[in-house]
Ligand binder design. Structure first.
Ligand SMILES: Cc1cc2nc3c(=O)[nH]c(=O)nc-3n(C[C@H](O)[C@H](O)[C@H](O)COP(=O)(O)OP(=O)(O)OC[C@H]3O[C@@H](n4cnc5c(N)ncnc54)[C@H](O)[C@@H]3O)c2cc1C
Length: 288
């Protein structure tokens, strides 16, 4: 008989139960920054499929857009985003995010994230200008911004007594209460496959957060890491959450393709220099 994950979890003699106030499924920038901002008296579990450094956050390169220059404005950031989004974006949401950009960059700096500074070193951060932006507003840590963010958030999470990091833990499905008369179904945790022990464990929690990143790995060629398979989105959807905008997938134009190698993002700086070299502007390797 083929058992469902729920049956396997409840029937297995090896099943272990844990209880937390908050279960965060996903240990990228989203999951970690949420957990680090919750009250310290909450007992929190953060689970990730593989090592925490195996999510998209660690691989992000270019930087994070935020209004930090005195010649820039929230209004301009909102306008640029609406234009870049071809009018499909939700203006209220864009404004919400743009307004909170500067304080979130400060929060990340408070976590120890060392963004590249202006030359000569001053307090001001070095800002680059990327496609779609009319101003220089992309704060970055050299060309490995995501790594700098992930590593510092992870370090802080490991220092906290109230946060338990469970790597190699793969969420299979959310656990819902039965639909009793008059009561809505509630999510009370998740069934988790511990890939170290191969046991399915039950994590019960008052609140469960799905912060499992994207779904680009459903495509054969992508610059995204293996964990980005969208199964978290699928389990949230099965539990009754709304899933929206699934048609928007980012494909980096500078992804390495080789039949025997894993695809990855070739740094845009490298590509710019390669194009410049091809155009005969500068000796190629000399300037890398
Ligand atoms: C190569 C690359 C370059 C990028 N460059 C930039 C950039 O310059 N600027 C920018 O703003 N953005 C960039 N991005 C996008 C950015 O990295 C992501 O939008 C962001 O990091 C997403 O964070 P997240 O926490 O939502 O997801 P992730 O960092 O992907 O974290 C998802 C977490 O969920 C876990 N997970 C998933 N499914 C399960 C499951 N079933 N059970 C348990 N755990 C699960 C994973 O293990 C992982 O820990 C880039 C992305 C890539 C791949």
């Amino acid at each position: 008989m083929i058992m469902t994950p729920r049956q396997r979890a409840t029937q297995s003699p090896m099943n272990r139960h844990h209880h937390f106030d908050v279960l965060v499924i996903g240990g990228g920038a989203a999951g970690l920054s949420l957990a680090l901002r919750l009250p310290a008296d909450l007992k929190i579990a953060i689970i990730s499929k593989k090592a925490l450094t195996e999510g998209s956050t660690y691989y992000a390169q270019g930087g994070i857009a935020a209004v930090l220059d005195e010649n820039d404005s929230i209004e301009s950031h909102v306008e640029d985003t609406i234009v870049a989004g071809a009018g499909l974006c939700d203006e209220e949401m864009i404004r919400h995010i743009a307004e909170r950009g500067p304080e979130n960059i400060q929060w990340l700096r408070g976590e120890g994230v060392d963004f590249t500074r202006q030359h000569p070193p001053a307090d001001g951060l070095h800002l680059t200008r990327e496609g779609g932006h009319s101003k220089r507003r992309v704060v970055h840590a050299a060309d490995a911004t995501g790594r700098e963010v992930e590593v510092h958030l992870e370090e802080d999470a490991r220092r906290r007594d109230n946060i338990q990091l469970l790597e190699q833990h793969n969420a299979i499905d959310l656990i819902l209460t039965n639909e009793d008369e008059g009561c809505e179904r509630r999510c009370v945790g998740a069934y988790i496959l511990n890939t170290h022990s191969s046991h399915v464990e039950t994590i019960l929690a008052n609140v469960t957060v799905v912060a499992t990143g994207g779904a680009s790995k459903v495509y054969l060629y992508t610059s995204n890491p293996d964990v980005s398979t969208g199964d978290g989105i699928a389990m949230a959807w099965r539990a009754g959450c709304r899933a929206a905008n699934m048609e928007f997938i980012q494909f980096h134009p500078t992804c390495l393709y080789h039949p025997q190698a894993k695809s990855f993002l070739i740094t845009e700086r490298f590509v710019v220099k390669a194009v410049a070299a091809a155009a005969g502007w500068k000796p190629f390797y000399a300037s890398l």
